[in-house]
Design a protein around this ligand. Structure first.
Ligand SMILES: Cc1cc2nc3c(=O)[nH]c(=O)nc-3n(C[C@H](O)[C@H](O)[C@H](O)COP(=O)(O)O)c2cc1C
Length: 408
């Protein structure tokens, strides 16, 4: 069961209550006042002021209801939307980062040049990646905006990306692939035609025979310039409803790469890509990697925070700091694959660290959480934060003498 925060209003036969916990099959409802459980066979859940869902239920115990078979698809849809909204709420309000580890770049030393005889205007942050020249070696990494705030967050991030001529990823497109009414959240090129957009699906969605079609639809939906496939095994294992079977995934990723006309990026999300896995992927034709290391947003911790079950909370805490730091993952993948195109994401928060990542072998640095928070805060806060980061990058370039190699 996951905790529903804030609880969702529920009505049934004139009774009012709140949905406080939910799993893919069960719900716990706190009713206001007296009621007779056995009389309730349909509950109506208010998802937002605009949307209600009716579910067939069977009472199971005091305040616990089992969803009827007929309702399961819709329940899963609701769970998915709730999960995404919870991720946003937790990221906006709580400390969701690794606690005992930093991104690993603090100990990396870069050169110092006391008197750089250059003009600020000559220092270029430009970088060519995925066949396009960008204003800085920075990617806005894919983040899901949830249903209610999704469009607003994505548009603010897209504005930031277009202003600074940098690429942007969207978060998992799963919900829009399963429910076309939600496609608008991701279709950013209608409003931002010049945007370089990276689509996103997870390894959890590659089950079954239709995975190629699923990925093709993800690309077509948003006219994506590339597709990221996120690898989040630890997160899946912590989630109650997460995936448990990862057999054959590398072969599937290879088939996706062969079928799609856009490049495929394999993207870890906080536990750090290891060199052996990267090499296996490389051998099947994958050339683009986001090493997604520890030191920033911790998905194990977020899943622990979402859970009401004490055992899941314990798991989340235990694995909060799991994985290779971003600097470690970058180092190991770069030495195994000198010719790979690598994005380093995970705990990168400023322009000095962007330069340290580039100096350590990254082609691009990815930034997630701080941009998401800024996008929630104010309409141009993400754009301003990115301007500050690019300025910091330039200062670091001036006083270190390090230059960004324009090509990758
Ligand atoms: C609210 C939120 C939602 C995210 N959703 C996705 C997602 O759907 N797909 C994905 O590949 N990564 C997702 N991520 C992971 C980020 O792209 C990034 O890899 C991770 O947050 C580490 O970077 P950071 O430390 O800068 O946040 C999400 C991150 C955040 C903060």
């Amino acid at each position: 069961m996951i905790r529903i925060t804030p609880p969702l209003p529920v009505v049934a036969k004139g009774l009012a209550g709140f949905l406080v916990e939910m799993s893919a099959t069960h719900a716990r409802i706190d009713w206001m006042g007296d009621h007779a459980d056995s009389n309730i066979n349909k509950i109506s859940v208010s998802r937002s002021s605009a949307k209600h869902s009716d579910f067939d239920v069977r009472p199971e115990g005091q305040s616990i209801y089992r969803f009827d078979e007929n309702s399961l698809t819709e329940v899963q849809d609701l769970m998915h939307a709730l999960r995404k909204s919870q991720h946003i709420d937790l990221c906006a309000t709580q400390d969701v980062e690794h606690s005992a580890k930093d991104n690993g770049f603090s100990s990396i030393k870069i050169p110092v040049v006391s008197l750089p005889e250059v003009n600020w205007s000559e220092v270029s942050t430009e970088k060519t990646f995925l066949g396009q020249t960008f204003g800085a070696p920075i990617v806005i990494t894919g983040m899901t905006g949830g249903v209610a705030q999704g469009t607003m967050i994505n548009e603010r991030l897209a504005h930031c990306a277009v202003t600074h001529k940098i690429p942007m990823g969207v978060g998992s497109q799963r919900m829009a692939l399963e429910n076309s009414a939600l496609e608008g959240i991701f279709k950013l090129k209608d409003k931002f035609p010049g945007l370089f957009l990276i689509g996103n699906v997870g390894i959890g969605q590659l089950h079954g025979p239709h995975f190629l079609d699923f990925c093709q639809r993800a690309v077509d939906m948003i006219h994506a310039n590339a597709l990221a496939i996120h690898v989040n095994v630890l997160q899946e294992l912590i989630q109650v409803e997460g995936d448990r079977d990862f057999r054959g995934i590398i072969e599937k990723i290879s088939a996706i790469q062969s079928k799609l006309k856009v490049p495929v990026i394999v993207k870890e999300v906080g536990a750090g890509l290891d060199a052996i896995t990267a090499k296996k992927l490389w051998d099947t034709g994958i050339k683009y990697f986001d090493v997604g290391g520890a030191g920033g947003t911790s998905w194990a911790h977020i899943e622990g925070l979402r859970a009401s079950d004490e055992l899941i909370r314990r798991r989340g805490a235990l694995f909060r700091d799991w994985g290779l730091t971003t600097a470690e993952a970058l180092k190991t993948v770069r030495s195994a694959l000198p010719a790979a195109a690598i994005i380093a994401t995970g705990g990168i928060r400023d322009g000095l660290t962007v330069l340290k990542a580039v100096y350590s072998g990254a082609d691009m640095a990815g930034i997630g959480l701080p941009l998401m928070k800024a996008a929630i805060e104010h309409d141009d806060a993400a754009t301003k934060l990115m301007a500050a980061i690019i300025d910091e990058l330039k200062i670091a370039m001036m006083v270190s003498g390090i230059r960004i190699s324009p090509k990758n």
